[in-house]
Ligand binder design. Structure first.
Ligand SMILES: [Ca+2]
Ligand SMILES: [Ca+2]
Ligand SMILES: [Ca+2]
Length: 246
């Protein structure tokens, strides 16, 4: 057995923190180390040259696994994300041998499905990435890829709520409203719900559209000129006046 294992302190530390779900921190002990945070439990066990990190998982959560070599001086770094499977689950830390440190701390944070985050900053939340096996919640490059080759990148399919694995799931309906609209809205809804709502300018809605989309325009006057460079369907509700000064 690696000598460093014998020098490790056996002091489990538990701290619920970070708001979304429980966090438990465990320091690897001589043989076993366990920590609890509420109902949530994690443990670390030497397994040859590696360390097995076990935690209680629930299928309505996912789990961030963070590693630090010192509690005080070095910050934890996010090393892995795992879907909760229900019951005990194990993640193997293969990075022990490469580490110079004699101490190793594990933090496993439980994140509810409803509080999913975008850990890799690619514009797609982690739960969505789990639902599509070709996406990796810790690979920030996959948002700009187009898995189903329909011409719309994965992160845009996420925003448009289309299926990034189905090339036939491509088109949506966008909305414009020269009265209640705002170009900062996403254009996905005819009414204002949070940041979702109709675009104010027709051009803004056209710019947000993909080839084949439908654009529904509320009756009224729309300012600005319009240049249509893609194949989209414009459907007015009532009288729509485009451009011209009042
Ligand atoms: Ca993401
Ligand atoms: Ca990703
Ligand atoms: Ca696509």
């Amino acid at each position: 057995m690696n000598e460093r294992h014998h020098r490790l302190s056996r002091v489990p530390v538990v701290r619920p923190m970070w708001g979304a779900g429980f966090t438990a921190i465990v320091s690897l002990g001589l043989s076993l180390a366990f920590a609890h945070a509420g109902d949530f439990e994690i443990g670390a066990t030497p397994q040859g040259e590696d360390i097995a990190v076990t935690f209680s998982g629930s299928s309505s959560h996912y789990y961030q696994i963070w590693i630090a070599e010192e509690l005080a001086s070095s910050p934890f770094s996010l090393t892995a994300i795992r879907l909760g499977l229900g019951g005990a689950q194990t993640w193997i830390d293969y990075g022990v041998l490469a580490s110079e440190s004699t101490r190793r701390f594990y933090r496993v944070q439980q994140v509810p499905e409803t509080a999913a985050r975008d850990e890799d900053g690619d514009g797609m939340d982690t739960w969505f990435e789990f639902r599509h096996p070709f996406l990796d919640p810790l690979d920030g490059a996959d948002g700009t890829r187009d898995f189903d080759l329909d011409g719309v990148i994965n992160a845009r399919e996420y925003l448009r709520r289309t299926d990034p694995s189905d090339p036939l799931s491509l088109n949506i309906t966008l909305y414009g409203d020269g009265h209640i609209g705002d170009d900062a809205f996403d254009g996905f809804s005819p009414t204002v719900i949070g940041r979702s709502g109709p675009k104010r300018r027709i051009q803004a809605a056209i710019d947000a559209a993909e080839r084949g989309d439908t654009l529904r325009l509320a009756a009224g006057r729309y300012s600005g000129n319009v240049v249509v460079t893609k194949d989209i369907a414009l459907i007015p509700f009532g009288e729509v006046v485009i451009g011209g000064d009042r």
